[in-house]
Ligand binder design. Sequence first.
Ligand SMILES: [Zn+2]
Length: 303
Amino acid sequence: MQGTLGGSLRPCTSLLHASLSHRASSLYLANIGQRLFIASVFGGHNRYYHEAMSFGRASERGWRRRGAQRTLGLGTKRHLAVVAAKRNMLTELQSIREEADPAGPLEFESPLDVILYPDPRLRAKNKFINVFDEKLQQLVNEMFDIMYKTDGVGLAAPQVGVNVRLMVYNPMGERGSGQEYVLVNPRIVKYGKSRDLFDEGCLSFPVIERGPNQAPTIEAEVERPKSVRIDAQDIKGKKFSLNLKEFQARIFQHEYDHLEGTLYFDRMTPEVLDTIRSELERLERLYEERTGLPSPERISERR
Ligand SMILES: [Zn+2]
């Protein structure tokens, strides 16, 4: 029985691995080319060049050895290494792209206010922050003020109409208690495997006609990973990493979605979305009344 399984499975698995690593390797080469091109255009990215070169050499060695490494163990190990390296490279490629389109000195007028769905600024591209000055500090201060005033626990810059990659949060939601976090240019490096459901609200989605005991924002269940590892810069531009779990991981992922132009209802199941459709339509009508413009998106067009 053992022999039969080994005999019938091994060739298939080897083939699968060979084709997966080949596909991954081709993707790599495409990525390396893009990286070198970006590095050559924007300059100063010597480390990307060296990394790409050393990866290229490693791949070459891998291909030469492929014929000899037909056993399942070695194939799996190599495949996992290939997948991990590819993920790292894609994350870095993303950061190169972001750094290639910096925000420059920030411009905004105080006082800021929370913008509401379906304002198109909630879907706009958010730029990489590359100037760490007084104006950035002022933006952070104002965002905390607004967050506390509106009883929020987190706020992303696009929610106050400034399309840059910045978020602030305090899991306690009260000035003077808990810890304040300022994350500039944050990135998710790794997601935890387990996920959970949680009722999320969002300051850009207020409940218009609020009943007694009703939450101030439209709330519904969203499923997300329970933990994330992230990289970010502080208000001075210094890089740091954090492992976030439970409520903090939840807040971070919600705010990070804002930086990607993703809104929490994009992540709801159709059944959950049905429970808040009428509230979203009400916000769309209010936007049209306020601006005299047609709503830039309509929940009725989404199943
Ligand atoms: Zn939100």
